[in-house]
Structures are given as C-alpha cells and as structure tokens.
Ligand binder design. Structure first.
Ligand code: G3P
Ligand code: CA
Length: 317
C-alpha cells in the first residue's frame, strides 16, 4: 500500500530520508537529538555533586545529570569526583589526622590527602561539601547515589550519567566497585526498559574492563568509553570499541585535532560525546556557547558535558 501511494522517485527520497533519520536516532544518545549533560551538576554555579547543583541543572532543562561515583569504607556509592575528599570538603578540619599515610609516603599531591574509601558514610555525612565553593553554600552535604536516583527520577525525561571512577583503586583494596554498582542499578530497576524510557541512564568510565563488564552485566544500558588518548580514535581502535561500547567520549581537544573521527565513529554506530565545556576554560571561539555550537553542529558530535548547561545551544528536540 505504501509503495502504491507515492511515485517511484518520491518513494526513494522518502526511504533515504527515513533511513537517515533512523541513523541519526541511533547515533544520538537516547535517540533524542543533541544531549546536554550537566557536568557534576550545574557546577559553574553551585558546588559540584551537591543537591543544589543537581537541582539547578534540572531547572536549566538538561537531558542528563552526571554523577561521578566513589565507594565509602562501608560500601556505599557516593557522588564525588576525586578519590579524595580535601578539595571539595572540610575533611582536613573535621578529621585532621585521618589523611592517607600511604599516599603521603608515595609523595602524591598535597601532603595530606583523605581517601574517601577510608571513611564511612556516617563520617562523610559530617562534612560540609559547599563551603569550599562559596559561603553561600555552607551546609551542603554529600549526595549518595541512591539520593541522586531519587532526585532525578522525580523528573521524567531527565537522565542519569554515572561514571565509575577509579575502579582499579577499589580492586587493589579488595572492593568490587562494579558489582556494588550493578547490584544497585538492578535493585532500583534502572536497567528495566520501562524505567529507561522515563529515566535514561548512560554509564561512563575511563576503565575499559569496566565498560566491557557493563556490557555483559547491564546490557540494556548504554555505555560510553572515556578517553584522553588520541590512539583511541584510530579506525582499528574505534572498531574494537564498537564491539562492547555504545559510544566514545574523548576530551574535546582530541575531537578538534581529529574532526574526521566523528563520522568514522558514527559509521560504526558509536556516539561521540565531548568534555568539558565551561566558562572557566579557554576556548578558541568567542564564548563557550559558540564553542559548544561548533562541536555540536559543525563537527557533528552527539552530546557534551558542560558546567554551564544553561548556555547549551539547543537547536532541535
Ligand atoms: O566524565 C566526563 C568528564 O567528566 C571526564 O572528566 O574528570 O570531570 O570526570 P572528569
Ligand atoms: Ca566525570
């Protein structure tokens, strides 16, 4: 019936257009056009990984709110970017002697570093996670992964973008971070197709074995391999990645240096997501909004992480 309704040239044009649309949908995370991912929440305006930063991102209309994940001493997933607590909390005042002797001996970073995995959730809950950013945010507390799920699920259409940070750090301590995460996702039913329709989830990690494991353990959830290495955008490597990953997320400079990688990744059905766009960072464009436009609409990436989700140059939906 369809074939009879249109003259042959029109039919061919329609089929080409439909297949292009389908390819576009496959290439876009969640199939909904370009994706605005709040990097650690709306972290240009509120302290990263706090409820205020997450709520603001949702008010700003993001597609996804990112959660970097760490594991406490008692095995609870918390939203924290660094492996240690001193940059974003007052841990050095509350628990001055609990710094890592191991890191100090290895001479890594500032003299006193406080590994999150050395503290229980109850201890970490005592910390102020907002004062470092501004006195206005004093009293912000750590957000657990469970609390983040509860918050984001309240707004259907907004997704979660968890990153499993430093899985090898936990393995060395006898902690299976990936198992804790997978068990939690299953407990909350986040991997069920009906849940993914209202609360999309995309998993990310720099750790390739972790992405491979997610493909096996949570096959209904899309996953993205993070990289800062240009060797990951060669044809051979992209092909390898496409066997277990849904997308690749290179640092934006890699995409700028190898703009052809976007089409090559798309040809393998890999999405391309760039990081990180922020008013705090230098850009080659006039402003960060122009920089985001360039990557999204000229270089053709599918999604990006930004500290300024309110400046995302939306053109379609
Ligand atoms: O996860 C994407 C991007 O956030 C990677 O950088 O260090 O901010 O987690 P980072
Ligand atoms: Ca991240």
């Amino acid at each position: 019936m369809f074939a009879h309704a249109f003259p042959r040239p029109t039919l061919v044009c329609l089929l080409v257009a439909v297949s292009a649309m389908m390819a576009g949908a496959q290439n876009a995370p969640g199939g909904r056009g370009k994706q605005n991912i709040a990097h650690r929440g709306a972290s240009a305006y509120a302290p990263e990984h706090t409820l205020t930063a997450y709520r603001l991102a949702m008010v700003q209309g993001v597609d996804f709110v990112e959660q970097d994940l760490a594991v406490t001493k008692d095995g609870v997933l918390i939203c924290l970017h660094d492996d240690t607590l001193e940059r974003t909390s007052n841990v050095a005042s509350v628990f001055p002697e609990r710094f890592s002797k191991e890191l100090m001996e290895r001479g890594r970073g500032p003299a006193r570093r406080y590994v999150a995995n050395d503290f229980t959730l109850d201890e970490i809950r005592k910390l102020d996670m907002g004062r470092w950013f501004s006195g206005k945010f004093m009293g912000e507390h750590i957000v657990t992964w469970d609390e983040a799920i509860e918050l984001v699920r309240d707004k259907p259409g907004t997704g979660m973008y968890p990153e499993l940070k430093s899985p090898p750090l936990y393995t060395a301590r006898g902690v299976d971070m990936a198992k804790i995460f997978v068990d939690s996702v299953k407990k909350h039913g986040l991997d069920r197709p009906e849940s993914l329709k209202t609360t999309p989830v995309i998993i990310q990690s720099f750790d390739e074995p972790t992405i491979r494991r997610m493909a096996a353990d949570l096959p209904t959830i899309r996953r993205v391999f993070l990289t800062e290495d240009a060797a990951d955008v060669t044809d051979a490597r992209l092909k390898e990645l496409s066997a277990f990953s849904s997308g690749i997320a290179p640092a934006k400079r890699i995409i700028a240096e190898h703009p052809d990688m976007v089409a090559r990744a798309h040809a393998l059905k890999l999405t391309v997501t760039a990081w990180t766009f922020s008013t705090d960072e230098k850009t080659t464009q006039a402003a960060v909004r122009d920089e985001m436009s360039h990557f999204l609409y000229e270089l053709g990436i599918d999604a990006l992480f930004t500290n300024n989700p309110d400046l995302f140059p939306r053109r379609e939906r």
